[in-house]
Design a binder for this molecule. Structure first.
Ligand code: FAD
Length: 475
């Protein structure tokens, strides 16, 4: 089938206006959020329904055209970017943004894949319920994207990652069949779990078109505190105390190194930190959700922080006095990646390390990195409650950040990934593999697991047409 025949067929399925080929129209789909990868798609196709997705996939399958699924294009591993061959179809789910249903009694929301995460949260909130998945890119990231990457974010500590919040899926297979798996059940042991297979598969095993998502009660009150901690070991100790005292009430525990706060202050001066960045080497953003009342929440938080201050685990702290104050605290945390992007290219790491080993891990690796690159800045922050750090290496002030990244990415990756794996951790906690970490997957993953993954890919997508070059390098 010629290229023109394929494009004509795709136009007939989704409508001429929903097949983009002009360079200016496809530009935003051809480059990733970090501006690290840029591809050249044959076309960007925007179907409006599951049937259209299935018809597009069947056409592409017949033409042996590769498909790169894309949601909000906020992924950080290059998973949604086409290659430079000019032959791949970017299949954008952005037009599929309908909330199909919300059942308050069963606490289930059914959303199409292109629904933006913040919209799903809003729909739940309007029904008096909570969809707790939360991350800084929630204004653009889609339900399909967060499930395809099994995203984490700031509420995993209490509610789990995207996988834990998904009850069922609707998906289109590599051959263009529709799997109707939108279960609302909490229990369903009927054979292999295809839902969990597709979640986290980064568009390489199927195209997600809709999901049923678990909802939770809205807390009666929320309290946010910004705490200075003298060192990382004390931050871990504070986490232990907060967990013991607050149990499921602890819904957020984010760690930020002082250089992160300085970077946000430089690029977003309107966001004023509750404590000066120089007050401590590390800060914790702690959130308590309480099912009883504001007064009960306040009392519990004060008890934890008071005891931590007395024990020297925490230094100074500020408790948000209003919703606006709490939102500013969260905005500072969420602006760290944006401030980093504004500062220039950097070497990103998304590490998981058991919480009990975190302080030793950071002390050891920071010392080694400092010996290797004395002028580089370590921008370390993340979801300490989940043992997940974004351990980023930023070029020295004023240096050419592109040249720095090109020269030092390999050595920094080797140092940090090896150390994380040696500490019983992972080189990819929540961002996935995409095309950024295929080499690391081949290097670090258990060989038997890798062979099984290849077998699964071969069984579901024998032609290798779904997101080739992502996760696994070859079928
Ligand atoms: C500022 C910022 C902060 C972030 N913070 C976090 C965080 O705290 N925690 C976290 O986990 N992540 C975080 N991320 C990254 C996160 O992975 C993405 O934001 C999100 O999960 C991807 O959603 P998306 O719709 O943008 O997907 P895209 O970027 O479009 O795609 C991501 C991957 O999913 C695949 N995909 C997308 N849609 C579908 C579909 N419908 N069917 C099959 N495959 C599909 C793509 O092919 C690609 O492999 C952050 C990103 C940014 C920019």
């Amino acid at each position: 089938m010629s290229t023109q025949t394929l494009l004509g067929a795709l136009r007939a399925i989704v409508g001429t206006g929903h097949v983009l080929t002009a360079p200016a129209d496809v530009a935003g789909y051809a480059e990733d959020w970090r501006k690290r990868y840029r591809g050249a798609p044959l076309a960007v196709v925007l179907p409006g329904s599951t049937d259209e997705v299935a018809a597009v996939v069947r056409r592409c399958h017949a033409a042996r055209a590769a498909i790169v699924p894309q949601g909000g294009n906020t992924g950080l591993a290059g998973g949604a970017t086409p290659d430079g061959s000019g032959t791949q179809i970017v299949l954008s789910l952005r037009r599929m943004r309908r909330i199909r249903s919300l059942d308050a009694a069963d606490r289930v929301l059914v959303a199409e894949a292109g629904v933006v995460l913040a919209e799903a949260q809003r729909a739940a909130r309007e029904a008096g319920l909570l969809f707790p998945l939360s991350l800084a890119a929630e204004g653009s990231a889609t339900i399909g994207g967060v499930l395809a990457t099994n995203a984490g974010g700031t509420a995993v500590l209490r509610y789990g990652n995207a996988r834990a919040l998904c009850l069922g899926l609707e998906a289109v297979t590599a051959q263009g069949a529709v799997w109707h798996g939108l279960s609302a059940l909490r229990k369903d042991n009927t054979g292999y779990d295809l839902r969990d297979l597709l979640i986290g598969s980064e568009g390489t095993l199927g195209i997600l078109t809709a999901a049923s998502l678990a909802l939770f009660p809205q807390p009666a009150a929320r309290r946010t505190a910004w705490v200075a901690v003298p060192d990382l070991a004390q931050a871990v100790a504070l986490l232990g105390r907060a967990r013991d005292a607050l149990d499921a009430g602890l819904t957020g525990f984010e760690l930020m190194g002082a250089p992160c706060i300085e970077l946000v202050a430089r690029h977003f001066p309107a966001l004023r930190a509750p404590l000066p960045a120089g007050a401590a080497p590390w800060f914790v953003l702690l959130e308590l959700s309480d099912s009883e009342s504001e007064a009960h929440a306040q009392e519990r938080l004060e008890a934890v922080l008071g005891a931590a201050l007395e024990a020297g685990v925490a230094g100074d702290c500020a408790v948000a006095a209003s919703l606006a104050h709490s939102e500013t605290m969260w905005a500072i945390r969420e602006h760290i990646p944006l401030a980093q992007a504004a500062e220039g290219l950097n070497i990103k790491h998304d590490l998981a390390v058991p919480v009990s080993r975190m302080a030793g891990f950071v002390a050891d690796t920071a010392a080694r990195l400092q010996r290797l690159l004395p002028e580089a800045r370590l921008i370390v922050f993340g979801h300490l409650g989940d043992g997940n750090l974004h351990y980023n290496v930023q070029a020295p002030s004023g240096a050419d950040s592109e040249a720095f990244r090109t020269r030092w990415e390999g050595p920094c990756n080797a140092l940090l990934h090896e150390a994380a794996v040696a500490a019983g951790g992972s080189f990819s906690a929540e961002h996935g593999i995409g095309m950024l970490k295929t080499g690391e997957l081949a290097r670090f993953k258990d060989p038997a697991a890798l062979a099984l993954m290849r077998g699964v890919k071969q069984a579901l997508d024998p032609q290798g047409l779904l997101n080739p070059g992502k996760v696994l390098t070859a079928v």
